[in-house]
Design a protein around this ligand. Structure first.
Ligand code: FES
Ligand code: FE2
Length: 379
C-alpha cells in the first residue's frame, strides 16, 4: 500500500509528535479521525504485529474455540485434536461466509451457508454435491493459518508470515509483573462495551494518571494521586507501563485484602496499567487484575471487553455478591473513562482542533506515539 502520511497529517505535525518528551505534542487530530489513517494502521500494525485474541484457559479441551475480529480478518482460534492451539481464517473457501462466530466447543466447523465441513486443523473434510465440478479437490482447500504465541496466558496471533517472537521483546515487562502470576489467572467476569471512538483514545487514556485530577478526582485521585505516577522506560520495545503508587490504607487490615501472595513492598499499595502493543491492556492492584480486550473495527469504532481475572482457587470460592461488586466496580470506573474518551472523540472532530502539548506525566503516550510513527513509516 503506498500512501504518504505527511500529506494527510502534515510533516511538521508528525515531527512535533516525534520530538523529545519535554518538547512533544500529541498526534494530530487526523491520526484518529481520518479513515485513510485507519486503513494504513491495518496494513502497518494490525496485519503485522502480535494481536492479543484470547486467554489460554478459554481453550482448554480439544474442540474449544474462540472467534476474534481483526479489522481486516476474522479469526477462529481452536484447540485441535492434537492439543495445538491454531489460528485459522474463519472465512469459508467457497463463497466467503464466516463459518463460525462466538465461542464454544465443536468437533468440526460446518459453514452455515452450503454446509462445507472443516476439520479443526482447517482442512476441508467434505463439500456436498461438488463431485461433478471439474478439478475441484478438497485437498486443495485448507483455511489459511496464522502464527500464534502464548505469553503470560494470553494468546496472540500474527498475520505476518515470519513474525519476530513476542516473548523476548517483553522480557523486562515480564520481570516487572512477575509477582502477579498472570500465567495462572483466569477470566471470571466479562463486561462488554461497544465503543464509538478511535481505539488509540482508549489506549492513551489507559496509560496516564494525569486525568485522575479531573475524571477520577473523587475515585482514584485520593488513593493514587496523579503526581506520584510514573512511566517505566521500555527501551523502545512494544510495551508500556504506568505505575501508580498508592497511599497506604487508613483502615487497619485493609492491606490484608491482597489477592496476590507474592506482592511485596510498594507493590502492596500500587496500581499499574500496561499495554502490550497494540491491543492488550492490563491493570492490576493488590485487589485484583483486569484485562481490557480491544477489537478495533474502524477509525470510529471498537468493541471493548473488560475481563476481571482471578486465580482459579479464588474464583471457585467467590460468591455472587463479590462477583456483582466486582462488575459494578469495573463499570463505575470505566464509565468515568467513557466520559473522557467520548469527550475527546467529539473534540477531535472540531475544525479548530490541533495538536496539544503533552505533560511529562503522559510519557507513555509519547512512547506509544513514537512506536506508532515508526510502524506507520511516518517520518
Ligand atoms: S459459503 Fe461456505 S459453504 Fe458456501
Ligand atoms: Fe481513567
Amino acid at each position: 500500500m503506498t500512501y504518504n502520511l505527511s500529506l494527510i497529517l502534515g510533516k511538521e505535525e508528525l515531527q512535533n509528535a516525534a520530538a523529545p518528551l519535554n518538547k512533544a505534542w500529541t498526534l494530530p487530530p487526523g491520526a484518529y479521525t481520518n479513515p485513510e489513517v485507519f486503513k494504513a494502521e491495518i496494513a502497518n500494525i494490525f496485519d503485522k504485529d502480535w494481536i492479543c485474541v484470547a486467554r489460554q484457559e478459554q481453550l482448554k479441551k480439544p474442540g474449544d474455540y474462540v472467534c476474534f475480529e481483526l479489522p481486516h480478518q476474522p479469526i477462529v482460534l481452536v484447540k485441535d485434536l492434537s492439543g495445538i492451539i491454531r489460528a485459522l481464517s474463519s472465512v469459508c473457501l467457497h463463497r466467503a461466509m464466516p463459518i463460525v462466530e462466538g465461542a464454544g466447543n465443536t468437533k468440526r466447523f460446518t459453514c452455515p451457508y452450503h454446509s462445507w465441513n472443516y476439520e479443526l486443523d482447517g482442512s476441508l473434510r467434505s463439500a456436498p454435491m461438488m463431485q461433478a465440478v471439474e478439478g475441484f479437490r478438497k485437498e486443495h482447500c485448507t483455511l489459511p493459518r496464522f502464527s500464534t504465541e502464548i505469553w503470560q496466558g494470553f494468546v496472540f496471533v500474527s498475520c505476518n508470515n515470519n513474525p519476530e517472537p513476542l516473548g523476548p521483546q517483553l522480557e523486562k515487562f515480564a520481570a516487572l509483573i512477575e509477582n502477579y502470576d498472570f500465567e495462572r489467572l483466569e477470566v471470571i467476569e466479562t463486561l462488554e462495551f461497544p465503543s464509538p471512538y478511535n481505539w488509540k483514545i482508549l489506549v492513551e487514556n489507559f496509560l496516564e494518571a494525569y486525568h485522575h485530577l479531573g475524571i477520577h478526582k473523587t475515585t482514584f485521585q485520593p488513593t493514587y494521586p496523579a503526581r506520584d505516577s510514573f512511566i517505566e522506560d521500555n527501551d523502545d520495545k512494544p510495551w508500556f507501563m504506568l505505575r501508580m503508587p498508592g497511599r497506604p490504607p487508613k483502615t487497619e487490615g485493609e492491606d490484608e485484602l491482597n489477592v496476590f501472595p507474592k506482592l511485596a513492598g510498594a507493590q502492596l499499595f500500587e496500581l499499574f496499567a500496561a499495554c502490550v502493543y497494540p491491543n492488550l491492556l492490563l491493570a492490576a492492584s493488590p485487589h485484583g487484575a483486569y484485562w481490557y480486550q480491544l477489537e478495533p473495527s474502524a477509525h470510529d469504532s471498537m468493541h471493548l471487553r473488560i475481563h476481571a481475572l482471578a486465580f482459579p482457587e479464588v474464583a471457585e470460592t467467590m460468591d455472587e455478591k463479590t462477583r456483582m461488586e466486582k462488575r459494578a466496580g469495573v463499570r463505575f470506573i470505566h464509565e468515568e473513562d467513557i466520559t473522557a474518551n467520548e469527550g475527546v472523540w467529539k473534540g477531535l472532530q472540531a475544525s479548530s482542533t490541533k495538536q496539544g502539548r503533552l505533560s511529562l506525566y503522559e510519557k507513555a503516550i509519547w512512547q506509544i506515539n513514537r512506536l506508532w510513527l515508526a510502524r506507520m513509516k511516518a517520518l
